[in-house]
Design a protein around this ligand. Structure first.
Ligand code: ADP
Ligand code: ADP
Length: 244
């Protein structure tokens, strides 16, 4: 079966009433979404801002609980309501990169600590220092950068650092939530190529949220189109994106 599935995923947010005793209203950020991500594929999620892309990703990674629906990874139930043990297991299998590499890197921590943190948090043994240096080289940085601090680096280098951190524990699934959107065009192309190379080398499964169709066309085999919290279209990239 698929590596990752979501079934009937729904997330409603309660909006506070405007006046005392005013009736509450709800925003349905995600409405009854079904998704399958097969191992080794690259799936793109596109749609306008507010269409529910981040909500979908958060639910799939156990970072938020669905109002309704289920998530499985490799056949095991793993939504945020699952046991701490299965969430820990899910974290080991997945890595995530967000849009803003400034926000995700703690300025007080050395690059080595930032990148190595998942190894500590997940209790992964072995030569952690060596693994940190190795993954820095994998993302096109120098191993000696481990001794330095985030403020010394450009946006593109920081996004490589964030990618190293997402990959250090050798996840099977890499998730990107607009990972290229804050980068200028040249750097974006470089990081795109890097992700594509790492995917080919390691057989990574990818789930990429983007509002940039070019990114998805470049990287993804399959596309999911979202609108108003619903999946309105899905299929092979060339079919979904090149329709008249
Ligand atoms: P996208 O990633 O496609 O921009 P989101 O998943 O972030 O969309 O948001 C989908 C909808 O859910 C939007 O209407 C957004 O305002 C709403 N929403 C997202 N997060 C929250 C929240 N924490 N509280 C209330 N509404 C939210
Ligand atoms: P320590 O260096 O005493 O182990 P730190 O808090 O400095 O503790 O770092 C924690 C972990 O972060 C290290 O075990 C390693 O995984 C990673 N790390 C920190 N600095 C470096 C570095 N210079 N090179 C490689 N990995 C590093």
């Amino acid at each position: 079966g698929p590596l990752l599935t979501g079934r009937g995923l729904t997330r409603r947010y309660t909006n506070p009433g405007r006046a005392p005793f005013a009736p509450k209203t709800f925003t349905t950020a995600l409405d009854d979404a079904d998704i399958d991500v097969r191992e080794g594929t690259a799936v793109g999620v596109i749609g306008e801002s507010g269409s529910g892309k981040s909500t979908l990703v958060r639910l799939l990674l156990g970072l938020d609980s669905p109002t309704a629906g289920t998530v499985t990874f490799d056949g095991k139930d793993v939504d945020a309501a699952a046991s701490a043990r299965s969430l820990h297991w899910l974290r080991r299998q997945t890595g995530i990169v967000f849009q803003d590499p400034y926000a995700s890197l703690d300025p007080r921590m050395s690059i080595g600590r930032i990148v190595g943190e998942p190894l500590w948090a997940l209790g992964i043994d072995g030569d952690r220092r060596a693994r940190v240096r190795e993954v820095l080289e994998d993302v096109g940085l120098e191993a000696d950068m481990a001794e330095r601090y985030p403020h010394e680096f450009s946006g593109g280098q920081r996004q490589r650092i964030a990618l190293a951190r997402a990959l250090v524990h050798r996840p099977r699934l890499l998730v990107g939530d607009e990972p290229l959107s804050a980068l200028d065009v040249t750097v974006r192309a470089q990081i795109l190529e890097l992700i594509s190379d790492l995917r080919a080398r390691d057989g990574l499964t990818l789930l990429m949220v983007s509002h940039d169709i070019g990114v998805v066309q470049n990287l993804c085999d399959e596309v999911i189109v979202m609108k108003d919290g619903r999946i309105v279209e899905e299929g092979p990239t060339e079919k979904v994106l090149l329709q008249p």
